[in-house]
Design a protein around this ligand. Structure first.
Ligand SMILES: Cc1cc2nc3c(=O)[nH]c(=O)nc-3n(C[C@H](O)[C@H](O)[C@H](O)COP(=O)(O)OP(=O)(O)OC[C@H]3O[C@@H](n4cnc5c(N)ncnc54)[C@H](O)[C@@H]3O)c2cc1C
Length: 481
């Protein structure tokens, strides 16, 4: 990424104000990209600032994409080892984290190059450097060579993402102590991995290391795994982790991390000690607002570095917007992209008719995978909504038998009177794809949202979509007058 060739940028005339750009976007993750592309499509003059060498954000370089590529390689490896077709083939030697990182690196560079071409094609000026506020229309860009630029815009969009929370007393400079960003630089081949924090990232990496053959200890600060998921689905994950040999310890808090040349010992407040070759800290994230010089515009982040916004993603400062992880929930790449797009519409047209959907799907790429959209049984029960449950087990589906992906199930929750689909919960291979069929029906307003659709339509056969027909029939058969 280079400085724009045609600097200084032509001035954008905006009423009585004169600025170089209509909008400056800080950060090129999905939030920044969504905003930049949509503003450019609205014929706005846009500059984007990124402190990394290439575009894509945490999403492409150290978050979503690498973890999913690693997970995919591990899951294919497991599948290969389990497939009877290959039982006489020479057994693959044990693969290391480094081996599977090669595949991830290829995907990262393909994604980054592709996204870079979007900026070029849309004639968006890219600045490489650290951005900070001078005033509410002026941003200082500090380049890697020490030079600086001051650029101005009518509107600024903060899309700076988040970083792993690092407890100050833990020595993250030690070569055996990692967080979810630095784990990608792991060079040794750990036989025993300790993961502190059993949220989505902790559970996904537990699956990856277990799949590579390491012994995994997963330390959970809560009393169950992924409590925001439907209890049956998170119980299924707990069972599969237990069955694969992952040791989960619930309700634990760390007291200190003792580092040694060959590993770490985690001392827990409960008095337990756990030893491993390395530790991955995956316990919370902080918004990237610390380097933005927010006091210059009288804007304050909360204790977790996050910014408050209204429904148009506007902060307390009229011309400053914020999208993506820096505003907190749901902290997903999927949502960040849409938030950027919606904010851009609000900036370009004064308001945006589109809003982020309420039921954002969750896709959790553990082994096995899980995904859900809509309400859980626990939420519906608490809200006293009369619902019925329809279930399909993957092991009964022809497609699952053919592909050897028989572990898993689909659960549909629907209103007993209106038959409106209220929740879709899926566990098993391709869950995060399968859930979208249910999501499409759930998003229909009025009579279009009816679980009977799955019984009355014709899906390709054999496919995993058959699970919808089976689950719908299972649930509808439970209804009585
Ligand atoms: C291990 C892991 C797995 C994940 N898996 C998933 C998943 O499966 N699905 C999903 O939807 N989400 C997933 N996420 C979350 C997802 O990656 C984030 O929600 C998403 O990247 C947020 O996008 P963003 O645009 O807000 O920020 P980011 O993608 O983090 O991009 C922010 C960019 O801003 C830049 N920046 C920051 N400060 C400055 C500054 N001062 N000046 C210039 N540039 C700056 C950064 O360098 C970065 O490039 C995962 C995250 C992690 C860590």
């Amino acid at each position: 990424m280079t400085k724009p060739k045609n600097k200084p940028a032509p001035v954008a005339q905006t009423g009585s104000d004169t600025f170089q750009y209509d909008a400056i976007i800080i950060g090129t993750g999905p939030g920044g990209e969504g905003a930049a592309m949509n503003l450019s499509k609205s014929n706005k003059k846009v500059a984007v600032i990124e402190r990394q060498e290439s575009v894509g954000g945490g999403c492409v370089h150290w978050g979503t994409i690498p973890s999913k590529a690693l997970r995919h390689s591990v899951s294919r490896l497991i599948e290969y080892k389990a497939n009877p077709l290959y039982r006489f083939a020479e057994k693959p030697q044990r693969h290391t984290f480094q081996d599977i990182l090669n595949h991830a690196s290829t995907v990262i560079s393909k994604q980054s190059n592709l996204r870079s071409s979007f900026y070029e094609r849309n004639r968006i000026h890219l600045y490489q450097g650290n951005a900070s506020f001078v005033d509410q229309h002026t941003i200082k860009v500090e380049h890697i060579d020490g030079s600086q630029d001051l650029i101005t815009a009518r509107t600024i969009v903060i899309a700076t993402g988040s970083r792993p929370y690092r407890p100050p007393e833990v020595d993250f400079a030690h070569p055996r102590v990692y967080d979810s960003d630095t784990i990608l630089s792991l060079k040794h081949n750990p036989q025993r991995v300790l993961i502190y924090g059993a949220g989505v990232i902790g559970c996904e990496y537990a699956s990856i290391f277990k799949g590579l053959g390491a012994k995994v200890d997963l330390i959970n600060t809560r009393d169950r795994l992924l409590a925001f998921m439907d209890a049956e689905i998170s119980d299924a994950l707990s069972y599969h982790f237990w069955n694969s040999g992952i040791v989960i310890r619930h309700n634990e808090d760390f007291a200190r991390v003792e580092t040694r040349d060959d590993g770490v010992i985690l001392h827990l407040k409960s008095g337990k000690r756990v030893k491993a070759d390395c530790i991955l800290f995956a316990n919370g994230r902080t918004g990237n607002t610390n380097g933005l010089n927010l006091p210059a515009i009288n804007l304050k982040a909360d204790g977790r570095g996050q910014l408050k916004v209204n429904e148009n993603y506007q902060t307390e400062i009229d011309n400053v917007y914020a999208v993506g992880d820096v505003i907190g929930y749901p902290s997903l790449a999927s949502a960040a992209f849409d938030q950027g797009r919606i904010a851009a519409d609000a900036i370009a047209h004064g308001e945006c008719a589109d809003k982020l959907i309420i039921d954002i799907p969750a896709g959790i790429y553990t082994i096995p995978e899980m995904s859900s959209v809509g309400k859980t049984e626990q939420q519906l029960t608490a809200a006293k909504i009369p619902y019925e449950v329809g279930r399909a087990q993957f092991k009964h589906l022809a497609r699952a038998q053919i592909t050897g992906t028989e572990v898993g199930s689909l659960k549909l929750l629907f209103h007993v009177e209106t038959k409106e689909l209220l929740g879709v919960h899926c566990f098993g291979e391709r869950a995060s794809e399968i859930v979208h069929i249910g999501q499409a029906i759930m998003e229909q307003k009025g009579p279009g949202n009816n679980v009977e659709y799955f019984v009355n339509t014709t899906f390709n056969y054999p496919t995993m979509a058959e699970a919808y027909r089976v689950a719908a029939l299972n649930g509808l058969n439970r209804l009585f007058d």
